[in-house]
Write a protein that binds this ligand. Structure first.
Ligand SMILES: Cc1ncc(COP(=O)(O)O)c(C=O)c1O
Length: 453
């Protein structure tokens, strides 16, 4: 136990006026007790204490427009009244908070039914986990069990979670640990159009990146694979969004070599990209399994895998147990989130507001050479910052400064990319036009200030 006493408690504002420790205290305590791997956004980190809709408040009562939602977890707005009422009622009624799937409960069943209704054709089985990493673990394990093969192909710049076997599929040196076991994995080139690893331009491109999946299988495996795991938009990689044709070619290759295609929709799912609940469906990706998490529970710790019966059947005779996966509260929150997304037409809103935001970001790009690329789908949008548009030298310090300036002006953004130079913008799918315009105005002011040095 620490012998250091915290300094006097500071009065918080706007969140029940609960007494709170100062930011300095919390940082010191984190430094004493957390692992040194825990990151903090911002030079002066924020203590967020209250949230409503598209906004969050810090301990001093300052309001921010939240355009990153924790980390892309808020799909229906913070503390949505319907979702909140559902949870409050469950607690007030002493509904059972925890029971594993060893007992019957309405909630996980209702969620599975709702999910299957949205799932790509042929997928009629669902399983719930506590995180995206676990969902991907289960999908990869299923692919291996179904095929009898071990090798899973991944993409450079991809990210699929922080557990041992998902990190083994990670395409970022920053996230991998020394002596990270990577047996039974192999990596294909990234479909990163802005920085094409084959030096192609859209007019000269013959989908060399897709062909590289086949070359990778032919040259680094025994000719058969268990599967491939791919994000339809590479989130941690900086919202790299390959065209639809890429997926047509790659799914065919994966299937030709006997593998299962896992579409990792932990960031892209629940309609954030506009058009469909699953981006896999919108892009007509011929996937065998799809994983979800983040915005699925609007903040609840829940992930999911949906798959085809034939693959689920490969697991028959084995036991898979996840103590908390499928808990009543988690699954009720995810189901209530799905209902709100449907009832409030949030997917259409993500499409329309996403288009407005992307247009505005492209406009900013015309005025600011620091923005080398604007990309993404729906409300999953990125701006890649570069020191020079010709050399495309990464601008990670500028990304930090830009985020800090936006924060000072009341706007929270995220960042990603292998070199930390991609600004990530992913507000709640409830966002409206006025808020989008306010975000763009703030980003424009921050860009101007950065340009003036
Ligand atoms: C695409 C993708 N897959 C999987 C994960 C892992 O999810 P979790 O952090 O919930 O384990 C992440 C997390 O950022 C992700 O972005």
């Amino acid at each position: 136990m620490s012998t250091q006493k915290p300094t006097p408690i500071k009065q918080g504002a706007n969140a029940g006026d609960r007494p709170r420790r100062s930011n300095a205290d919390l940082i010191a305590a984190r430094n004493r007790h957390f692992l040194p791997t825990a990151l903090l956004y911002h030079k002066e980190p924020l203590q967020l204490v209250k949230a409503q809709g598209e906004y969050v408040w810090d301990a001093d009562g300052r309001r921010y427009l939240d355009a990153i939602g924790g980390i892309i977890c808020i799909s229906a707005g913070h503390n949505h009244p319907t979702i909140k009422a559902k949870l409050i009622q469950m607690l007030a009624d002493d509904e059972i908070q925890h029971t594993s799937l060893l007992y019957l409960s309405e909630y996980p069943v209702a969620l599975a039914e709702a999910l299957i209704e949205e799932a790509p054709e042929g997928m009629d089985r669902a399983s719930f986990t506590n995180s995206g990493s676990e969902a991907n673990e289960l999908a990869m394990m299923t692919a291996r069990q179904a095929t009898g093969e071990t090798i899973i192909v991944n993409l450079r710049h991809g990210y699929h979670g922080g557990t041992a076997s998902t990190l083994a599929q990670c395409g970022h040196h920053t996230w991998r640990f020394r002596a990270q076991p990577t047996a039974s994995t192999t990596s294909a080139m990234e479909p990163y159009c802005y920085r094409c690893p084959f030096n192609k331009k859209p007019e000269s491109c013959s989908f060399e990146c897709a062909q590289n999946v086949e070359t990778t299988i032919q040259t680094t495996t025994h000719g058969k694979i268990a599967g491939m795991i791919v994000e339809p938009v590479m989130g941690v990689g900086g919202f790299i969004d390959p065209p639809k044709e890429y997926f047509d070619l790659v799914t065919e290759i994966v299937h030709n070599y006997g593998g299962k295609y896992i579409s990792d929709e932990v960031q892209t799912g629940v309609g954030r990209c506009g058009e469909e609940f699953f981006l896999t469906k919108e892009l007509e990706i011929d996937a065998d399994m799809v994983t979800l998490a983040k915005g699925f529970g609007n903040g609840a710790a829940i992930g999911a895998v949906v798959m085809k019966t034939e693959d689920a059947e490969a697991l028959r005779g084995k036991l898979y147990f996840n103590t908390f996966g499928g808990d009543p509260l988690q699954t009720a929150q995810a189901k209530a989130t799905m209902d709100v997304i449907k009832e409030e037409n949030l997917i259409e809103n993500a499409r329309d507001m996403g288009a407005r935001l992307k247009d505005g970001m492209k406009q900013l790009m015309k005025d600011h050479a620091l923005i080398g690329d604007v990309r993404g789908r729906g409300l999953l949008l990125g701006m890649e910052l570069v020191k020079d548009r010709k050399t495309k030298e990464h601008a990670p310090q500028e990304a930090i400064a830009f985020m800090d300036k936006c924060k000072e002006k009341g706007l929270l953004l995220g960042k990603g990319g292998l070199f930390g130079n991609v600004i990530r913008v992913a507000p709640s799918m409830t966002i409206n036009a006025e808020q989008i315009d306010a975000m763009l105005a703030t980003m424009g002011e921050a860009m101007h200030e950065l340009a003036r040095g």
